[in-house]
Design a protein around this ligand. Structure first.
Ligand SMILES: Nc1ncnc2c1ncn2[C@@H]1O[C@H](COP(=O)(O)OP(=O)(O)OP(=O)(O)O)[C@@H](O)[C@H]1O
Ligand SMILES: [Mg+2]
Length: 264
């Protein structure tokens, strides 16, 4: 793993579709030891920001630096290989009967299938380690379409860890999970966050109770605009959250978890 102090730097970044700004302007500096959570209502620009950080959506304005390289002046395909990405659009692209271990291994070559590359025993054991890190070794030989949503999410999380990425981007890994599935995934994410080997991590969620313990920074978006940005304990308040979601909310931190609810 290459150590860099800043894993991602966005300067005056904005994204417009047909003249309408859907994100920004935003300035962001993500350091290698930081774990960021992006919170915001539907349509607030979270996935757009993940697309920028994963180098799939070039911004309308501003500059993007990822892992010390400036987008536009570097081999973006090589850079993407160093990023572990999990998202629902990626999940939808896996062949339905591909096995768990193969899904994880494909990340080695930024592929979605094992057919196009040769994999060694070392690759297999590395993929098994990644499954082990998220408590999912039992899913190695299970076919993707037979897994529950929570199991599919855990396999995807394991996939992001393959090949020792230098940046982890997780877009709503807890979406659609039941209580037990969500808690299991939050625990896995907390374990990943606590590991000093884990690189800078950015997690998107809609819910404060899905912020895993150990996350350090937060970005609150509303209508593409930054409502708050910085160390989580400083910026995540009832006021900032209420402003972000457009309703009066209470917020409490208990047992290292963030609980929020609407006031009547
Ligand atoms: N290709 C596109 N063309 C036009 N508008 C787009 C396009 N992609 C996204 N948008 C708009 O940009 C805004 C931000 O979308 P984005 O997907 O980033 O939101 P989000 O915060 O991830 O929402 P959600 O919580 O529902 O996933 C939305 O209003 C969306 O309709
Ligand atoms: Mg989204």
């Amino acid at each position: 793993m290459t150590l860099v102090s800043s894993s991602a730097v966005l300067r005056d970044v904005s994204v417009k579709y047909e003249g309408t700004t859907v994100l920004g302007p935003i300035n962001l500096n993500i350091s290698s030891s930081e774990r960021w959570v992006i919170l915001g209502p539907n349509g607030s620009g979270k996935t757009t920001l993940i697309k920028i950080l994963s180098l799939y959506r070039y911004p309308t304005t501003g500059t993007v630096e990822v892992l010390g390289e400036t987008w536009g002046a570097t081999d973006v395909r090589a850079l993407r290989q160093r990023i572990g990405l999990a998202s629902s659009s990626l999940r939808d692209q896996f062949r339905s009967d591909i096995q768990g271990l193969d899904i994880v291994m494909t990340a080695q070559h930024g592929a979605l299938e094992t057919w196009w590359h040769n994999y060694s025993e070392q690759d297999r054991s590395a993929a098994m380690d990644c499954l082990n890190r998220v408590d999912a070794t039992a899913l190695a030989t299970r076919r993707f379409h037979t897994m529950s949503s929570g199991e599919q999410q855990r396999v995807q999380l394991a996939r992001t860890l393959m090949g020792d990425p230098d940046l982890l981007l997780l877009d709503e890994p807890t979406a659609g999970l039941d209580l037990a599935g969500r808690e299991q995934l939050v625990n896995s994410l907390a374990a990943v966050a606590a590991d000093p080997e884990t690189p800078a991590t950015v997690l998107v969620t809609h819910h404060t109770d899905e912020i895993p313990p150990g996350f350090t920074h937060g970005l609150l978006l509303r209508g593409g605009a930054v409502m708050a940005c910085g160390p989580l304990d400083q910026i995540l308040t009832a006021e900032s959250l209420s402003k972000c979601f457009g309703l009066s909310l209470r917020l409490e931190k208990r047992d290292d978890r963030w609980l929020s609810w609407a006031t009547s």
